[in-house]
Each structure stands twice: as C-alpha cells, then as structure tokens.
Design a protein around this ligand. Structure first.
Ligand code: EPU
Length: 382
C-alpha cells in the first residue's frame, strides 16, 4: 500500500469530521445560501476550485485515497437544482474566473469565459464592449459554467446560438475534453451534460459574438416596443443590442422574482409539448389557451397559462407557492428552512391540479438531487 499523501489525509479527516475540505480554498459545507431556492442543505464536504490545476490535484488525491467511495457532485450557481437536506457527497464548486479574447475581426470576436464568471455580469460586459449575441439572455441567474448544462434560453435566443465549444473535465476517466457545440447535443433546455449528470465539470465556455449593432432579435412579446423607447430616448432611429438588453432586464425584473429577495429557481415547469390535435380540442373549450406550433404536428403549450387557469397563480402548498406575476416560477417563503420535500409536495399538488383540468402532464425543470448526489429521483417526477 502506498503511503497516504497529505492531500489524502486531509480528505479523510475532513470528510470524517463533516467540515469543508480545505484543499486549496475553502467554503462552508452549509449550502442553503448556495442554491437560489434557499433550500436547507448540509453537505459532507465542499471543495472550491479557483483554477483547473486544483481539479487535477484533487482528482489524483481522490482516486488514490479512501475518499473515492464518496460520490462527487458538481454545484455551480445553484440556480437550477433542488438540493436535499443532507448531501452525502463531496461537492465540487468551480469558481475559476476570467474572460479572454481569443480572436477578433471587424465582424466578430471570439471569447473564452471561465466557469465561475457570473452570467448576467458577463452579458452586460460583452454588450458594453460592443460584442453582441448574449443580450437576450440578460438577468438569468447563475454562473457561466452552468449555462450550457440546460442550454439556457430566453426571448427567442438559446445559448447554443453563440456557443462554439466547452472545455470540460470528464470525472469518470479523469480527462480533459474540448467539446464542440454539436458534441454538446443541445436541445430545448437540454444537453449532454444534463443527460449524463455528475459526469462533466465544465471549466471554460467559448463564444463567438458579433459586432453589428443593427443585428438584434426583438420580436418576442414587448421587447421591440420597450427597446424602441430606449432608442427614442437616446435619439437613435433603431434599437441597438444594448436597448434590447435594457428592455429584457425591465421585463424580467417586472415579472420574475429576484432570488436574493424571494428565493426561486426560475421556471419550475417546462412548457409541455402535446399533439396538435389535443391542443385544438382544448382550444375549442379554452379559446385563450397559449400555444406555439412545433414540428411533427405538435404544439408547445405555455405552462404558466395552464397553472394560472387552474387557479394556482400565487397558489401551491406553503411555504412553496407560485409567483404572483409568473405562475411558472415556484418561490420559497421560508428561506434556509424549507426543504426539498416541501417543494415535492407543492409540485405534486400543482401538477395534479393541472392534470385534472387539462389532462396535460407537467415536467419539472430544475434538477432533483438525491442524498448521494445522484439526480432525478423517479419517485418525485411528476
Ligand atoms: N402566461 C400566463 N400566466 C402566467 C405566465 C405566463 O398566462 O402566469 C402566459 C403568458 O401570458 C404568455 C405565455 O404564457 O402568453 C408565455 O409566457 P412567457 O412569455 O412569460 O414565457 P414562458 O414560456 O413562461 C419561457 C422560459 C423563461 C424565459 C421566457 C422568455 C421556459 C420553461 N421558460 O417562459 O425562462 O425567460 O420564456 O423567453 O421555457 C427560466 O428558465 O428561468 C425562465 C424564466
């Protein structure tokens, strides 16, 4: 047997005492403030990573040491997870920072962003630099490294529209990989990272952003009108990407709660996709139902509309209730006390009520984390 390295000992002793592992940086093992839903959660061990070499070092020690039987769990900004009250795992938190220009022409700029950069700050920074493409994704909570996991999307833009590649560490084989956008296999709120949880740790994301201030996407809802108002105020004929970003910030601030003030994890339910035939039958009964045509004779239905029409705007099971301005968002009214179980109870109540009225099954969007760090308990799938 080889002699235990100091790193190995620290993993053993720290996991034994249940405190944070102070590998090269440390953080608290109480994760109730590290998830935007503010669910009570105590983890075995938390490892904060501020550069890639730390991950290599940690994984070497982990693989050689006795701690390797403890599962690993990657936690980014905590904005799309439902954490358990006790998380018996070693939590890896990628917090590497940095934004680098890789290439620049008159038409575009390629940047590489480290996983720990705050997403919204990145959006504002790029738009202020005159690098465009991310403006429609303003004010989405979380860190850049988590953005590819669910291919974040809003106001007609999805992350995959600007993403060029992801650099990620494959935990099972302890190897670094360069994944192209097609390797990431993006779908609606989906990617290879989401489909194979706890397998990849994303460290960098590469984007190609454009420099044409006339190239904007403002067709969604009120975006055009509000962006035009900003343009008028500045004496510009047409809205710029900066105006679009301002409009989207306004819209989101108006209808989506700020997790710092009212904990939530964004859209709680996905917009369900049903057969066009079923949609038309529902439309005959409920003429105001909101749906968007999809390929293959399917229709995407606005889950927020379904929940509101089921009488659940502001409803749920306390302390977890839907938001007054946007029924698709579940909010936690007892931060740091409510647990995952409270969320499951409210989720079932809402989904069952909607099903009874419309015969449409709602699926949860945030990821359910089990006590061992594995994901997606079938018991709790709606
Ligand atoms: N609606 C209602 N009642 C509600 C909420 C919505 O009737 O309480 C209706 C609206 O009137 C509208 C339709 O439903 O006609 C769609 O609503 P909205 O435009 O607000 O968009 P969404 O489908 O609810 C999706 C994303 C959001 C994203 C917006 C804007 C999903 C699951 N959610 O919401 O993403 O910001 O579009 O693009 O696709 C997030 O993931 O955190 C998130 C907020």
């Amino acid at each position: 047997m080889t002699q235990a390295s100091p790193l190995d000992l620290s993993i053993q002793s720290l996991t034994a005492t249940g405190s944070s592992i102070d590998l090269l940086a440390s953080s608290s093992s109480d994760l109730s403030q590290a998830n935007t839903m503010a669910l009570a959660c105590l983890a075995d061990t938390v490892v904060t990573l501020t550069d890639e070499a730390q991950l290599d070092n940690f994984m070497t020690a982990y693989a050689e040491g006795t701690a390797h039987k403890i599962p690993l769990f990657v936690l980014s900004g905590g904005s799309n997870v439902l954490l358990p009250a006790e998380l018996n795992a070693i939590v890896l938190q990628p917090k590497m920072r940095g934004i680098d220009i890789i290439d620049q022409t008159d038409d575009y700029v390629d940047i590489e962003v480290m996983a720990g950069e705050n997403w919204h700050d990145l959006v504002v920074h790029t738009v202020n630099q005159g690098w465009y493409g991310l403006e429609n994704l303003a004010l989405i909570p979380g860190l850049t490294g988590a953005a590819p996991v669910q291919n974040i999307g809003a106001y007609g833009v999805q992350l995959e529209d600007c993403l060029q590649y992801v650099r990620a560490y494959h935990l099972p084989t302890q190897t670094w990989h360069h994944l192209s956008a097609s390797d990431c296999a993006f779908g609606y709120r989906d990617s290879i990272f989401k489909r194979t949880p706890n397998t990849w740790l994303i460290s960098r994301v590469g984007f190609r952003l454009h420099t044409d201030p006339n190239n904007i996407l403002a067709s969604y809802g009120d975006v055009q009108t509000i962006a035009q108002r900003y343009a008028d105020q500045q004496g510009r004929k047409l809205p710029t990407p900066h105006d679009v970003m301002q409009a989207i910030i306004d819209i989101r601030q108006q209808k989506l709660p700020d997790p710092k003030q009212l904990p939530n994890c964004g859209s709680f339910f996905q917009n369900p996709i049903i057969a066009q035939e079923q949609f038309m039958a529902l439309q005959a009964i409920y003429p105001t139902i909101v749906g968007y045509p999809m390929p293959d004779a399917m229709t995407k239905v606005a889950a927020g509309w379904l929940i509101e029409q089921a009488g659940l705007k502001g409803g749920g099971v306390a302390p977890i209730v839907t938001h007054q301005q946007q029924a698709l968002v579940l909010t936690n009214h007892t931060p740091y006390q409510a647990t995952q179980e409270d969320v499951a109870i409210a989720q079932h109540y809402i989904a069952n009520t909607v099903y009874e009225k419309f015969a449409i099954q709602l699926s949860r969007e945030p990821v359910w984390i089990n006590a061992d760090g594995s994901t997606g308990s079938t018991e709790h799938v709606v």
